[in-house]
Ligand binder design. Structure first.
Ligand SMILES: N[C@@H](CCC(=O)N[C@@H](CS)C(=O)NCC(=O)O)C(=O)O
Length: 216
């Protein structure tokens, strides 16, 4: 029995949900919401910083979205090969790291800064993160595949790309100057598993600290 602890508006939860849904893998979705304190208590037992998602597989915890998807591939293999063998797999890992560290990571800086108490803001850090998002977009424009991140195969790289670029574009617009990346973002929004993640997160858009744009 697989149990996923997460929230529909959380980018890293969506990354794992996309893999589970694309494979039609059965699991129990345990929402981290105020009316489910029992789920938060279990998360605390296994995740040192209380970060989610958390997967329990027969009660055994797996934390961190990428190892969770690796675990799914190893023990609950579906139709998708999330990390292929060889050179393609190494490229998938590179892009997965890039989306998590440089897109998601920089996107989160202005978002989290908005939640800081008065007097604890970091305008220098926010400006730097916003500039770095543009550097990340420029690099990706030369790297991104078609139709998927690494070409013909839907992989872990797309699971990471979808939520990170989805939200990053709300913080700093990708823009017409990166036509390949912009088209890739539009393409993945039409993927059934990604579109489901976006729709299930839609009722929570008022949670977005910078204000969600009226699109997507
Ligand atoms: N590296 C982690 C990041 C997880 C993460 O940052 N999750 C966010 C939700 S998208 C979270 O738990 N935020 C709650 C908090 O920071 O207290 C992963 O890949 O799972």
């Amino acid at each position: 029995m697989l149990e996923l602890f997460g929230h529909p508006f959380s980018s890293y939860t969506q990354k794992v949900l996309i893999a589970l849904w694309a494979d039609d893998t059965p699991f129990e979705y345990r929402l981290l919401e105020s009316d489910h304190q029992e789920n938060a208590a279990i998360l605390k037992q296994h995740s040192p910083f209380g970060l989610f998602p958390l997967l329990l597989d027969g009660g055994q915890p797996v934390i961190e979205s990428t190892p969770i998807i690796e675990h799914l591939q190893a023990h609950h293999r579906g139709r998708n090969m999330w990390i292929p063998e060889g050179e393609l797999g190494r490229r998938v890992r590179l892009l997965d790291r890039f989306f998590d560290l440089h897109v998601m990571g920089n996107m989160q800086v202005p978002v989290i800064d908005k939640l800081r108490p008065d007097g604890a803001n970091d305008p220098f850090g926010v400006q730097r993160a916003r500039e770095r998002l543009h550097t990340a977009y420029d690099w990706l424009e030369g790297q991104i595949g078609e139709p998927y991140a690494v070409g013909d195969t839907f992989t872990l790289a797309d699971c990471a790309a979808a939520p990170s670029l989805f939200y990053a574009d709300w913080v700093e617009v990708i823009g017409d100057q990166r036509p390949k990346l912009k088209a890739y973002r539009s393409r993945f929004l039409a993927h059934p598993a990604v579109s489901r993640a976006v729709e299930e997160g839609r009722p929570y858009r008022h949670y977005f600290p910078l204000g969600a744009p009226d699109r997507d």
